[in-house]
Design a protein around this ligand. Structure first.
Ligand code: 5GP
Length: 217
């Protein structure tokens, strides 16, 4: 269960008060609370790395990092996998490739998904693939990406998602390694953006009403 649902954050979790942590001052009015502190994200990432090292029987994996939101999680996860390897005798050789997808405008998911960059993934043939994504919301993006990746006939495909939003009919099989299961709220920070803002915030935070207004396009 710890792999599939992750740490479950309840609907009534208000987050921590902003004054309990440090954060870039320019976001003072733009966030309501620290939803998941950076340190907790890091500790959970370490645990996910352990699940992955235990599950991948091959000695090499192809990591597919979903940009831009996934870059921090991917970098930290790969670092943890490397450290685990150095401290045991199971060293996973990891290679990383980047893929960019865009489906959001403001805080709304749009129907059309665009794959930008690295469209030809033929190097995945016969490989064990780990897709690394920061957040899975409706799951549309991940479903589309998974299908796309599978057309290149990898040996196996697993998905690591730092955050998965809870929904009534969510597909629990879409994400193999879940960091946190969260309520349906729009979160920013740790490379997750709102119209390109908030990537420079370490903690995962809930955007405020005025923040949404201020950075709307
Ligand atoms: P899905 O296709 O699962 O509905 O949407 C997944 C994508 O939507 C993610 O890759 C991410 O770009 C974006 N997204 C969904 N929820 C959030 C959120 O709460 N905050 C941010 N910053 N992006 C989100």
């Amino acid at each position: 269960a710890g792999k599939k649902r992750g740490i479950v954050i309840k609907d009534d979790w208000p987050g921590y008060g902003l004054d309990l942590f440090t954060y870039p001052e320019h976001y003072h009015d733009d966030i309501d609370s620290v939803y998941i502190p950076h340190g907790v994200v890091m500790n959970r990432t370490e645990r996910l790395a352990r699940y992955i090292v235990d599950d991948f029987v091959d000695d090499d994996i192809m990591v597919l990092c979903v940009l831009k939101g996934g870059y921090k999680f991917c970098a930290d996860l790969m670092e943890c996998i490397k450290v685990l390897g150095c401290n045991s005798n199971k060293y996973l050789e990891t290679r990383v490739e980047f893929i960019r997808l865009k489906s959001y405008l403001n805080d709304q998911s749009t129907e059309d998904l665009h794959i930008i960059g690295s469209r030809d993934l033929s190097f995945l043939l016969g490989k064990s693939v780990l897709i690394v994504e920061a957040i899975v919301d409706t799951g549309k993006t991940m479903k589309t990406l998974r299908k796309h990746v599978e057309t290149f006939q990898p040996k196996m495909v697993k998905v690591a998602g730092l955050l998965v939003k809870r929904a009534p009919n969510m597909d629990e099989n879409l994400t193999d390694y879940v960091g946190f299961e969260i309520p349906n709220r729009f979160v920013v920070g740790y490379a997750l953006d709102y119209n390109e803002y908030f990537r420079d915030l370490n903690h995962i935070c809930v955007i405020s009403k005025s923040g949404k207004q201020k950075y709307k396009v």
